[in-house]
Design a protein around this ligand. Structure first.
Ligand code: FNR
Length: 381
C-alpha cells in the first residue's frame, strides 16, 4: 500500500505500523490499563447511526467554519500529541505545515520533540500551543512566554493529566524520558532503517520544549514516573486565573468529561472547552467522550464553544460529533497514523480523507453547510 492507494485512516494506521518502531507506534495506538475507555470511544461513535436523506440539492456544499472565532476550512484540529517527532523525524513541523496548507489549526504539545521555536521557524501561520503545568511554575510561565513570542493563536490548558494513567504497553516497550533506544528495541528499529535515518538527520532527539528541564533529571525514568515527579498535582480551578494573567489570547481548557467540571471550566471565561478523555489514555473506565458530549453541550454550550475529541477516525465521525453539538473535532491518532505512514504528505492525506468523507456524508444526510448539521443528522430509529 502507498499513500496514493490508501483510502481510509485504517489504511494509514497499517502503513504506520509497518514503518514506525513498535515502541513509538504502540505509544500512539494504545490506551491506559484495560483500554476499556479507548474501546468505548470508538464503539459509541459507531453506534450512532446517520440519517440518510435524499432529494436535497446538495450541489453547493461547504465544510468551512470558524473555531474560537478563527476561520477554518474544516471543523477539525490536529490535537496536541507528545513525542510526535518520534513517529517521523521533525513530525511536529511537518504536521503543522500540512495543517497550515489545509487551513486547519495545529496544536503543539508541551511534550513535543520539536520546540515552539522550531515549529514557528518551520511554518508561516500561527499555531496553537498546549500547556501542561509543572511543579516548577516558573517553567510553566516561561513556556507561556515562549508561546506568546512565537505568536501562537490559542493556549490549550490540558487538565486531565496531572498524574498519568498507566499504559501497560509503554512499560513493556521501555518508553523512557528522554526517549532511549534499548537493546530490545534495536532489532525492531533495524527493520525500519528509513525511520532511523530520518530521525538521525532530524533536528531533535529529545523533548524540544523541555531543554534544561529534562537535563536536570537523574537517570532515565519511565514516562509515568517522570510525569509524577514533574507535573503539579495541586493544579485546580483557581490556577486558571494565574494562567489568564500570563496569556492574553484565546484560552481553551482540554480534558473535561463531567458536567460539574464543564460548568467550572466555562465559569473561568475560557473561549472553548474540549470534551475529552485524552483518547482513552488516562482514566480507564471513564465514559466515552461522545457519550459525555450531549450533557456538556446542554449544560454550557450557550456559554463557551465545545470542542470534542476521542475516537475520531473518519468524516462520518466528525459529522456525528457535530450533530451532538461539537463546534469542531480534534484528532490525535488519525493524524499520527498519517504522519508515521508518510510524513507531511501522510498528514495531508489524513486531512484530505476526513474532509472528503465529511463532505460526502453531509451530502448524503442532506446538509450543505456546517450550520445545517444538527441533532436530526442522527437516526434514532
Ligand atoms: C495524546 N494526547 C495529548 N493531549 C495533550 O493535551 N497533550 C499531550 O501531550 C498529548 N499527548 C498525546 C500523545 C499521543 C500519542 C496521543 C494519541 C494522544 C491526547 C490528544 O490530544 C487527544 O485528546 C486524543 O488523541 C484524542 O483521541 P484520538 O483522536 O487519538 O482517538
Amino acid at each position: 500500500m502507498s499513500l496514493q492507494t490508501a483510502t481510509s485512516i485504517d489504511d494509514l494506521r497499517l502503513m504506520a505500523k509497518r514503518r514506525v518502531p513498535r515502541a513509538f507506534f504502540e505509544y500512539c495506538d494504545r490506551g491506559s490499563y484495560a483500554e476499556e475507555t479507548l474501546e468505548a470511544n470508538r464503539a459509541d461513535l459507531k453506534a450512532l447511526k446517520l440519517r440518510q436523506r435524499v432529494m436535497v440539492d446538495v450541489s453547493n456544499r461547504s465544510t468551512a467554519t470558524t473555531i474560537i472565532g478563527q476561520p477554518a476550512a474544516l471543523p477539525l484540529v490536529l490535537a496536541p500529541t507528545g513525542l510526535t517527532g518520534m513517529q517521523y523525524a521533525d513530525g511536529e513541523i511537518l504536521a503543522a505545515r500540512a495543517a497550515e496548507k489545509a487551513g486547519v489549526p495545529f496544536c503543539l504539545s508541551t511534550m513535543s520533540i520539536c520546540s515552539i521555536e522550531d515549529v514557528a521557524a518551520g511554518t508561516s501561520k500561527p499555531f496553537w500551543f498546549q500547556l501542561y503545568v509543572m511543579k516548577d511554575r516558573g517553567f510553566a510561565q516561561s513556556l507561556v512566554e515562549r508561546a506568546i513570542a512565537a505568536k501562537c493563536s490559542a493556549l490549550v490548558l490540558t487538565v486531565d493529566l496531572q498524574v498519568q494513567g498507566q499504559r501497560h504497553r509503554d512499560i513493556k516497550n521501555g518508553m523512557t524520558v528522554p526517549p532511549r533506544i534499548t537493546l530490545a528495541n534495536l532489532v525492531d528499529i533495524a527493520t525500519k532503517p528509513d525511520w532511523a535515518l530520518r530521525v538521525l538527520r532530524g533536528k531533535r532527539k529529545t523533548f524540544g520544549n523541555l531543554d534544561g528541564f529534562v537535563k536536570g533529571m537523574t537517570g532515565v525514568k519511565s514516562l509515568g514516573q517522570w510525569i509524577s515527579g514533574q507535573f503539579d498535582t495541586t493544579l485546580n480551578w483557581n490556577d486558571v486565573a494565574w494562567i489568564r494573567s500570563l496569556w492574553p489570547g484565546k484560552l481553551i481548557i482540554k480534558g473535561v468529561l463531567d458536567v460539574g467540571d464543564a460548568k467550572a471550566a466555562a465559569a473561568t471565561g475560557a473561549d472553548a472547552i474540549v470534551v475529552s478523555n485524552h483518547g482513552g489514555r488516562q482514566l480507564d473506565g471513564a465514559p466515552s467522550s461522545i457519550s459525555a458530549l450531549p450533557r456538556i453541550v446542554d449544560a454550557v454550550g450557550g456559554e463557551t464553544e465545545i470542542l470534542f475529541d476521542g475516537g475520531i477516525r473518519s468524516g462520518q465521525d466528525v459529522l456525528r460529533a457535530l450533530a451532538l453539538g461539537a463546534r469542531a473535532c480534534m484528532v490525535g491518532r488519525a493524524f499520527l497514523y498519517g504522519l508515521g505512514a508518510g510524513g507531511e504528505a501522510g498528514v495531508a492525506k489524513t486531512i484530505d480523507i476526513i474532509a472528503k468523507e465529511l463532505s460526502v456524508s453531509m451530502a448524503l444526510t442532506g446538509r450543505r453547510t456546517i450550520a445545517e448539521i444538527d441533532e436530526t443528522v442522527i437516526d434514532r430509529g
